[in-house]
Design a protein around this ligand. Structure first.
Ligand code: 13P
Length: 341
């Protein structure tokens, strides 16, 4: 097995998932301001240190995705974050896309930027300790969206990124995210997700990307957040699996879901429901930002005296999602954890 295959498999090792701690400065500023935290560089560093130094977190995490600023930062004792992770046996990753920009001549749609100079950036990130990478494309549903134009342009860019990542020896996480804002039905969500995945794997294939050395990070298939009724957990699990079975090659070692703004416990319940329907050709796991971090950020609120409570809240969500990977999550487990934390 080559190094890329090994890294990809290590990222979806039994019981472990990925923390996305790679919010851009603009995104983390929005999240901090929503809970009254000053959006300074030092607060961003202190917050990421809190997450990465949570006791025993390596039992539940295989990897952490960092942002450009974060991969260059250090813990209070001077240890660079990538080294701190490596010492715990957690693989450091890096978000390399530069965000979604308006797609020309496509009203309301976006294309993800960041390909220019990417080969040189990969070299630098590899030197800083990164072993895997992430690139996110987004598609919205509504009217004639997502257009084929948006789907194929983003698929092409995702595959160009993935090929460059593998050339540099980093495992690419490819993230085609169909957004759940709006009143659309779960069927519309399934159709859009299937179209995005079909285009993505066509481009990955044509651009010679090795499926065994990548991970897919998709949205779960939900009804839109403004739909009259949310879908049941069974419907989410069945629709999501149906889309994956139709469009994702069995050679892909793992599917690591994003949480996409679902309530924290829903993201856990949905992962658990899919695990219970296994075994599947790919490992199913998590790569959440909000659904792992929200209670921790609230508990911390920017205060040093909030660090321990925040770490307990973070470890709790990581433990619950680790259990969900095995189909072992339950309301009772959720409550026990809350009582003991
Ligand atoms: P959420 O889990 O908050 O959707 O974030 C995952 C992510 O990495 C988005 O790119």
């Amino acid at each position: 097995m080559n190094q890329l295959h090994e890294t990809a498999r290590a990222l979806v090792a039994t019981g472990k998932g990925i923390l996305a701690a790679d919010e851009s400065t603009a995104t983390i500023t929005r999240r901090f301001e929503a809970v009254g935290i000053a959006p300074t560089e030092e607060q961003r560093r202190a917050y990421r240190e809190l997450l990465l130094t949570t006791p025993a977190i390596e039992e539940y995490l295989s990897g952490v995705i960092l942002f450009d600023e974060t991969i260059r930062q250090q813990a209070s004792d001077g240890i660079p974050f990538p080294e701190l992770l490596a010492r715990k046996g957690i693989l450091p990753g890096i978000k390399v896309d530069r965000g979604a920009a308006p797609l020309a001549l496509a009203d309301g749609e976006t294309v993800t930027e960041g390909l220019d100079g990417l080969r040189a950036r990969f070299e630098e990130y590899r030197g800083l300790g990164a072993r895997f990478a992430k690139w996110r494309a987004t598609y919205s549903i509504g009217g004639h969206r997502p257009s084929d134009y948006c789907i194929w342009t983003n698929a092409h860019a995702l595959a160009r990124y993935a090929a460059l990542a593998q050339e540099a020896g980093l495992v690419p996480i490819v993230e085609p995210e169909v957004l759940m804002d709006g009143p659309h039905s779960i069927e519309e969500s399934a159709r859009a997700s299937g179209r995005a995945l079909e285009a993505l794997f066509t481009e990955l294939h044509d651009q010679r990307v090795d499926y065994r050395g990548l991970l897919l990070k998709p949205n779960m298939v939900l009804a839109g957040y403004a739909a009259p009724q949310p879908a049941t957990a069974d419907a989410v699990a069945e629709s999501t699996l149906e889309v994956l079975y139709r469009h994702v090659p069995a050679a892909v070692p793992g599917v690591v879901f994003l949480s996409g703004g679902q309530p924290d416990e829903d993201a856990t319940v949905h992962l658990n429901a899919m695990s219970l329907r296994g075994p599947h050709p790919w490992q199913l796991s998590f790569s959440y930002a909000r659904a792992l971090q929200s209670p921790a950020m609230d508990a911390w609120a920017g205060r040093p005296e909030g660090v321990q409570a925040a770490q307990r809240a973070f470890a709790h969500r990581a433990r619950m999602n680790s259990a969900a990977r095995e189909g072992a999550y339950s309301r009772e487990l959720e409550q026990q954890g809350v009582r003991s934390s």
